[in-house]
Design a protein around this ligand. Structure first.
Ligand SMILES: CC(=O)N[C@@H]([C@@H](O)[C@H](O)[C@H](O)CO)[C@@H](O)CC(=O)C(=O)O
Length: 308
């Protein structure tokens, strides 16, 4: 792993492969790393997040997955960010210490979402207690209010955050509130924070307000196409960038109408990559056969600007 390169560009929110009987399947991570790097041109991963069913795994499983990604990603991946958020503070701290011990390039923490912080100070207090267990590891706040129900604005959270969390490095911003994102970027211009956007279907809008990159589920199988969108945006060729965004949007719009979540992401990744991702863990249930047939046909029907 190339250490401490600034985190930017695409980050795949990794899926946790499982065996048919629901155990984590570490044996395919090696193949998964190679697939991301060579087929999708994606060299950063975010492990044990939402797509990875991190909150449905036990501590041991989360550690094993983090270790396997670190081991298989060595000399191949640029960044392995480990999500260490948990409802229990001591568990989150244990995972943070573990991530530091295995050399993770960053840790991320979601807001606790059963007993929720009610204001910025409560949330920072929790994040600070976790971050301080890994004092040499870059720390990212993982903002995903549609799932946590914690709607504290990030703009407010970032105000003075470095004084309380010296390792603070950025935000994984999985929300549609682009005004909040834009304010965060505008107010922190002098900081070297990374703003990584997490709503794949509207990444281009986030790039327009200054996001540095993205973390998302679709970069597992649409990473190459989305990288071309990033290149077009940087050129700038906005017409081409929009074309890519419209096409990924066309696919996502189609599958979202059918019902699209982690189970369906596992199914799509399985048929696109050929790597068996297995079933999700309860309470999530397998994607239906009907979903798989329709999603596959839709993806195959899309004609991309690069001729694929
Ligand atoms: C709610 C959700 O799962 N959002 C995804 C998106 O990548 C999402 O799958 C995509 O935008 C399609 O809607 C990511 O933000 C989640 C993520 O990065 C993670 O797995 O940690």
């Amino acid at each position: 792993m190339t250490p401490r390169k600034k985190l930017q560009g695409l980050v795949a929110a990794t899926i946790t492969p499982m065996t048919p009987d629901g155990q984590i399947n570490l044996s395919v991570i090696h193949q998964y790393v190679d697939y991301l790097v060579s087929e999708q041109n994606v060299k950063n991963v975010f492990v044990n997040g939402t797509t990875g069913e991190g909150l449905s795994l036990n501590i041991q499983e989360r550690k094993q997955l983090a270790e396997e990604w670190m081991c298989q990603g060595k000399d191949k991946l640029d960044h392995v960010i480990v999500h260490v958020g948990a409802l229990s503070l001591p568990e989150s701290q244990e995972l943070a210490r573990h991530a530091a011990a295995i050399g993770a390039s960053g840790i991320a923490v979601i807001a606790p979402f059963f007993f929720k912080p009610t204001d910025k100070d409560e949330l920072i207090a929790f994040l600070q207690k976790v971050a301080s267990e890994a004092p040499a590891v870059p720390f990212y706040y993982y903002h995903i209010p549609p799932l946590t129900g914690v709607k504290i604005r990030v703009e407010e959270l970032l105000d003075g955050i470095k004084e309380q969390i010296p390792t603070f490095q950025g935000v994984k911003f999985s929300d549609t509130d682009l005004l909040d994102l834009a304010q965060c970027i505008n107010k922190n211009e002098t900081e070297q924070f990374a703003f990584l956007y997490g709503v794949d279907e509207q990444l281009l809008s986030a790039l327009a307000v200054g996001a540095n990159g993205a973390v998302g589920s679709t970069y597992n199988y649409l990473g190459r196409k989305t990288n071309l969108m990033l290149q077009a945006f940087a050129k700038p060729d906005l017409r081409l960038a929009r074309k890519y965004q419209f096409l990924t949007g066309e696919f996502l719009n189609f599958v979202i109408k059918l019902g699209f979540g982690v189970a369906e992401t596992k199914a799509v990744m399985t048929f696109v990559s050929g790597i068996p991702m297995g079933p999700p863990r309860l309470p999530l249930v397998d994607a239906s056969e009907e979903f798989i047939v329709k999603a596959k046909a839709k993806l195959e029907s899309i004609v991309w600007p690069d001729g694929d």
